[in-house]
Design a protein around this ligand. Sequence first.
Ligand SMILES: Cc1ncc(COP(=O)(O)O)c(C=O)c1O
Length: 457
Amino acid sequence: MSSDLTKIPLSESEMPRTWYNIQPDLPRPVPPPYHPGTLQPLTPPDLMPLFPVALLQQEMSPERYIEIPEEVFDIYRLWRPTPLVRARRLEKALDTPAHIYYKYEGASPVGSHKPNTAVAQAYYNKLEGTRRLATETGAGQWGSALAMAGRLMGLDVTVYMVKVSYQQKPYRRLLMESYGATVYASPSEVTEAGRKVLAATPNSTGSLGIAISEAVEDAVKHEDTKYSLGSVLNHVLLHQTVIGEECIAQLAKADEYPDIVIGCCGGGSNLGGIANPFLRDKLTGRKPNLRVIAVEPAACPTLTKGKYLYDLGDSVGLGPMVKMYTLGHSFVPEGIHAGGLRYHGDSPIISLLYDEGLIEAVAYHQNPVFAAAAQFIATEGLLPAPESAHAIKAAMDEAIKCRESGEKKVILFNLSGHGHFDLTAYDAYFQGKLVDTEYSSADVEAALAGLPQPAGV
Ligand SMILES: Cc1ncc(COP(=O)(O)O)c(C=O)c1O
């Protein structure tokens, strides 16, 4: 029997005290990172100029559970537990017997799930004597999260913000600066990587791959500075599992368990964060029929149209090569409004789960995604980030299938952020001016052609 609650409460004392590391439960190990120059496996010392030891240990940890440090937990308590809400008014509008729940990560101070890892990364860096963190940001959500975490932990933060976003989203930049961060439009004159791009293409509007190269170079060249990544890596997904662990506790109070768990997928961190604790039950045989759906934009369909290969994480090859679904590191997707979903690659953990058939993926065009967001706004009153609207669209499609089949499924999705800094995107949609692009398979083929692969993998 499910309860008649709309918001499912969880007290601070019931919050999870550990993160869940899915790696020991996976059917095979996550392939190790490789050096882009030598094509040899990377060892932790190779990565020490970039990351603190504690995070490198988490990256490859065989432990299923890792304790959340007290200081991180105290900061989590500023906004966690986040609400789990039953979307009753949306269910009614769709006339579906399904129960739809959403986990609202937009409740964090910067408006998304990103602080769950930003705070943890800043904490371990501080412990190991890092003075400054360098990072990139696309749409600005990650940069805002790290800027806040740096401020709370007493670290300086430098953000390389993709130039097109820097120009289109001045308020995101101002938010980062309000936390004391230094923000450069990328490509910038500050790094060699940036200067090279500007020399070749003075009008470059930037890409996440270029901005990552700039941040990595900044970290490598400064002894007191480390690099911080907001998605993709194993330790990022680990920190995000606080989302799914809270959902399990909240749904238990409503006497429910999801049939389907949904998240949008850029680098894979909000999806892994909500889904991995549920996948634990699938992997250990308790819930063999659980479905997990990754949702991506048709303009950047990494899982649905990419290939499972070793590829660079950045555009220049300063960072490691990882095995992931990729559209090729030189692939530049069209400038859609869901900036957080424009990355060419994906988390190695999510990629492995997809390759093993343990999760599904679907890609949508922007107009139907915004139509779903508009219906969500009209029923639930909440204006989602364009990234999160992808998950809403998939949840609605599954709920409509339930209407047709009469099945009373429980659908859970991650509402990874609010869209209060994305109103120009909504304006374009409501005025019928949203440019809805499709990826070009020829561009992907060109970007993937001749990617060097390490021997024997
Ligand atoms: C609100 C929001 N959701 C989702 C994403 C996608 O990232 P990830 O796949 O790592 O969760 C982003 C990335 O910037 C974001 O800002």
